[in-house]
Write a protein that binds this ligand. Structure first.
Ligand code: UDP
Ligand code: MG
Length: 316
């Protein structure tokens, strides 16, 4: 076991210079009285506004702080990963640097973790974001729930707690596009959710432009399943089946009503077209199935993680 630290905070920072002092202060104020051993890992994700220097300085000043400086901007989830790799705590908590996730909620997370919960998720009560962000995130959340089968309400909130084995499991996943809350849930045996406060951004603007948001959604979609690829075969089957039904319907009507009814074969052409289009989609879906498998193999996620091996022979 690494040096018995109880709790690590991992905070990705991208151009948050105005928030840093308050962030560090509030995190320390929460962690110090808790009686736990803790570390705060600030990951600078290639900031250009002086955050880098601030983080470096804070790392030298406070013994509880670990500063990780990335050489350029890699994105929030990559930055969190860099922090996870450095963390030593039995419990790791991630949060945002913009103080939208109040550090004062951390004790609640630790309490919810109890003895046997692997992942603590959070639900943002009275969320302070734009309507567009709220709507798109409720859409995404319901989609993720359906695809992963894990009942969590709010995947977008990064104020979360993970137990060490889950962190180690995530670190062994080599894929580049990841969405940490979903990845963590795929390794968790027990999860729970608690409501937490959400505050408006203190300083600066959201670091997510519309384009960055869209690419994040794609990361999310492709990281959880190859279901979208399968959708192609499904669509193809539906089109082909409706083409065949249409053809059968035409045949019957033609026999009953005579040649004029079927507009001299024009409708038949449509029915045939439907069947062929459907067949094409099924073909695409099949290709997709292979691509999906290739994707799984390329990611090469470990098949399983051993939590512990117990044998009387190994005890000394
Ligand atoms: N962030 C990062 N790299 C990026 C974008 C964001 O490390 O490329 C950090 C950012 O500093 C903040 C967190 O990720 O701590 C969440 O970003 P933001 O508050 O802009 O997102 P929003 O709250 O709008 O979802
Ligand atoms: Mg924010």
């Amino acid at each position: 076991m690494k040096q018995g630290i109880n709790c690590s905070l991992v905070i990705p920072v991208f151009n948050e210079a105005e928030n840093l002092d308050e962030l560090v202060e509030r995190c320390l104020a929460v962690c110090k009285p808790s009686g736990r051993s803790f570390e705060i890992i600030l990951v600078d994700d290639g900031s250009t506004d002086g955050s880098t220097e601030k983080i470096a300085m804070a790392g030298r000043e406070y013994p509880e702080l670990v500063s990780v400086l990335l050489n350029r901007n890699y994105g929030q989830h990559a930055a969190v990963f860099a922090g996870l790799a450095q963390s030593r705590g039995d419990i790791v908590i991630t949060l945002d640097a913009d103080l939208q996730n109040p550090p004062e909620e951390i004790p609640k997370l630790l309490q919810a973790m109890g003895n046997n919960v692997d992942v603590v998720g959070t639900i943002r009560t009275n969320r302070h974001d734009t309507l567009f962000r709220k709507l798109s995130s409720s859409l995404v959340n319901s989609m993720v729930r359906r695809a992963t089968g894990v009942m969590m309400h709010d995947y977008g909130c990064m104020l979360r707690a993970y137990r060490r084995p889950i962190v180690e499991a995530m670190l062994q996943c080599r894929e580049h596009s990841t969405f940490i809350p979903i990845l963590a849930n795929s390794f968790a045996r027990t999860t729970t959710e608690i409501p937490v406060k959400h505050e408006p951004r203190r300083q600066g603007d959201s670091k997510y432009s519309l384009f960055k948001l869209i690419s994040l959604q794609f990361d999310l979609l492709t990281s959880m399943s190859t279901f979208p690829l399968r959708l192609l075969s499904l669509l193809g089957t539906v089109i082909a089946a409706s083409g065949m039904t249409f053809a059968a319907f035409l045949l019957i009507m033609r026999l009953v009503m005579g040649a004029a009814w079927a507009a001299q074969g024009v409708f038949t052409l449509f029915a045939l077209l439907f069947i062929f289009i459907g067949a094409q989609f099924i073909g695409l879906g099949l290709l997709g199935e292979y691509i999906g498998r290739i994707y799984h193999d390329v990611r090469a996620r470990p098949r399983y993680f051993i939590q512990e091996i117990i044998s009387s022979a190994s005890e000394q």
